[in-house]
Design a protein around this ligand. Structure first.
Ligand SMILES: [Zn+2]
Length: 88
């Protein structure tokens, strides 16, 4: 291994601004980091929240489909009644 060509690693502290959590990371830059969101506070990284959102979306979609089907059935029913009146 050659000497003096590898960058040295420093132990830094990464601080999340929104939830005040501190993480220890290794970095080639000596300065500590500040981040806006982390895995602890961002809801996208928590499995429960995303699963709930997906379920809500699926429920909304099925409700919309039911409404559309009801509309189509009503139209068919009205058309049948109109045809019966014409035939009489
Ligand atoms: Zn955070």
């Amino acid at each position: 291994m050659q000497k003096n060509i590898h960058s040295s690693l420093h132990l830094i502290i990464t601080n999340c601004i929104s939830c005040q959590t501190e993480y220890q990371n290794y970095s080639t830059v000596k300065e500590d980091k500040k981040i806006n969101t982390c895995a602890n506070c961002n809801p996208a990284y928590k499995g429960k929240v995303t699963a709930e959102i997906k379920i809500e979306r699926a429920e909304k979609f099925s409700q919309r489909q039911q409404k559309e089907q009801e509309k189509v059935e009503e139209k068919k029913f009205r058309q049948q009644k109109a045809q019966q009146r014409r035939s009489k």
